[in-house]
Design a protein around this ligand. Structure first.
Ligand code: NAI
Ligand code: MG
Length: 506
């Protein structure tokens, strides 16, 4: 056993494929200054397996005292970290990616246990993309370049990229490892130190990643706190030594984070979800588009995705056929124990989210004129009877003023509506508070590209709807957020500032 901090349980060095044992081993600690430490207050909160309702671990419940310790450690460590050559920092982050790959199966199982996301269809995919993100940014150290700027013949004028200092990162529970990687990887390579506050529903896999990376990184540059939003997240965003905020989650909390950034006059990046339209034309490749709709709606993640295609518009001639084919396809998906290889669809993350999603389904079902196509069988295993399973629902017959069409449900619920004209569907698609992602399905690229340019969204895909990919700028417009993640631009624009230096040689 690797005992970073005597007196506290610590996780083993080698990959541990039993997620129950690993969850226990990771109980009760933050990771601050390269050490496992309990909450200063000694408080802990339960981590529950959403497939059974049974507690599998406890997490340290952080407050302002823990935040201060982590930020002070980060601020000290950042000074030396920033002095390392950028390529050396990148090389260390790249090395972390290799270690994360060695632990991919372990991390997949742990994230499946704590979030209820199916191992085969979701959790392994997430763990793979996480390693890829660290590998991608690890290779970008030498891109932290400045410019020489033409000013006057006898004045040398150059710019340099400098890190911002300590970055405070707040992450959600739906794809916690990936959404964390999008923040931590570029922040570190750019020479910042990071303090992450994990989501209360999913504190374990990100803690394990932090511990693995701390075997390679100098202590203090990457710290992990667990705790509640107001008690642990708020003091992090307000801490005077935190010089940059980056947040993924709800619009409501995003505004709190943005207000704190405004108060301190520091930069902030926000990714706040969406109500992403999928527009299907009658000339599309029908079968590919039906399976594309399943992927787009992220049914294997119970729809708990900020880019979920939660509004699907289908050209009228194929509307009925499309709804029937999509319902049939969702019906073939297997719902069950997230850790079972046969399972396509696992559980909702928490009771609170389950209630929220049920509320939307109830409202849709009661709406006059609406039809609820309820898909996919519930698991029958008695061990799962307290599991937070919910059957996917495809609604038709809802009008555009319905809350189900306007609000982010973050559950396995989508709405399909017919359309007749490209201009009309474009207007409906853009009639939203959100603007994160959109997809178009057609073989007519003239129409597709025209709409792609006029859709109000940060990411528009034609004939596919992939999740976040390394090297492609990702981030929304309108209430979906501010700034970009996942790309070189994200590292340069969001984790450094540009200093101008002038030398008068006259
Ligand atoms: P949330 O935005 O409240 O939570 C996200 C993170 O913010 C968590 O780590 C939480 O502890 C933290 N937080 C909460 N209050 C805070 C505060 N006052 N100061 C600092 N940090 C704070 O989201 P929640 O409650 O988990 O989910 C509610 C809804 O938000 C979901 O149903 C979904 O619609 C949306 N959401 C969107 C996500 C996305 O990927 N864009 C991810 C998660 C949720
Ligand atoms: Mg909340």
């Amino acid at each position: 056993m690797d005992t970073h901090s005597p007196g506290h349980t610590a996780a083993p060095t080698a990959p541990l494929l039993d997620p129950f044992a690993l969850a226990k081993a990771l109980s009760g600690v933050h990771l601050i200054g390269g050490e496992y430490v309990p909450a200063r207050s000694g408080r802990r909160f339960p981590v529950v397996n959403p497939a059974t309702g049974i507690q599998v671990a406890e997490a340290a419940e952080g407050d302002a005292a823990d935040v201060d310790a982590a930020v002070q450690n980060a601020a000290r460590a950042q000074k030396d970290w920033a002095k390392l050559p950028a390529r050396k920092r990148g090389a260390l982050v790249y090395q972390c990616a290799a270690l994360l790959k060695e632990h991919q199966e372990e991390l997949s199982r742990l994230i499946a246990l704590e979030t209820g996301k199916a191992l085969r269809t979701e959790s392994r995919v997430e763990a793979g993309v996480v390693a890829d993100i660290f590998e991608f940014f690890g290779g970008l150290g030498s891109e932290l370049k400045g410019e020489s700027v033409p000013f006057a013949p006898n004045v040398l004028s150059v710019t340099v990229r400098e890190p911002l200092g300590v970055v405070g990162a707040i992450i959600p529970w739906n794809v916690p490892m990936l959404l964390m990687a999008l923040k931590v990887a570029p922040a570190l390579v750019a020479g910042n130190a990071v303090v992450v506050k994990s989501a209360e529903e999913a504190p374990l896999a990100v803690l394990r990643i932090c511990e693995l990376m701390n075997r390679i990184l100098p202590p203090g540059v990457f710290n992990m706190l667990s705790g509640m939003g107001p008690e642990c997240g708020a003091p992090l965003v307000e801490h005077p030594l935190v010089k940059k905020l980056t947040f993924t989650g709800s619009v409501e909390t995003g505004k709190i984070v943005a207000r704190a950034a405004a108060e301190k006059l520091i930069p902030v990046t926000l990714e706040l979800g969406g109500k992403s339209p999928m527009i299907v034309f009658a000339d599309c490749d029908f079968d590919k588009t039906v399976s594309g709709a399943l992927t787009s709606m992220r049914f294997t993640r119970q729809g708990q995705s900020c880019t979920a295609a939660s509004r699907i518009y289908v050209e009228r001639p194929i509307f009925d056929r499309f709804v029937a084919a999509m319902t049939d396809a969702v019906n073939t998906m297997v719902m069950g124990d997230p850790l079972d290889e046969k399972t396509d669809i696992g559980t909702i993350v928490s009771e609170g989210q389950l209630e929220k999603v049920r509320g939307f389904i109830e409202e849709g079902t009661k709406t006059p004129g609406a039809t609820a196509h309820v898909c996919s069988a519930m698991p029958t295993d008695p061990a799962l009877k307290k599991g937070l399973f919910i059957q996917p629902v495809i609604f038709t017959g809802l009008t555009k003023d319905s809350r189900l069409v306007r609000e982010e449900i973050f559950g396995p619920v989508t709405v399909i509506a017919p359309f007749d004209e490209p201009e009309a569907v474009l207007a409906e698609a853009n009639d939203s508070e959100y603007g994160l992602a959109a997809s178009l399905w057609t073989n007519n690229l003239k129409v597709g590209l025209d709409l792609a340019h006029r859709l109000e969204a940060g990411l528009v895909q034609i004939n596919q709807n992939l999740v976040v990919q390394a090297n492609l700028s990702y981030g929304g417009v309108k209430s979906s957020g501010l700034g970009k993640e996942a790309s070189l631009e994200a590292m340069l624009e969001h984790f450094t500032h540009k200093k101008t230096i002038m030398v008068n040689m006259g």
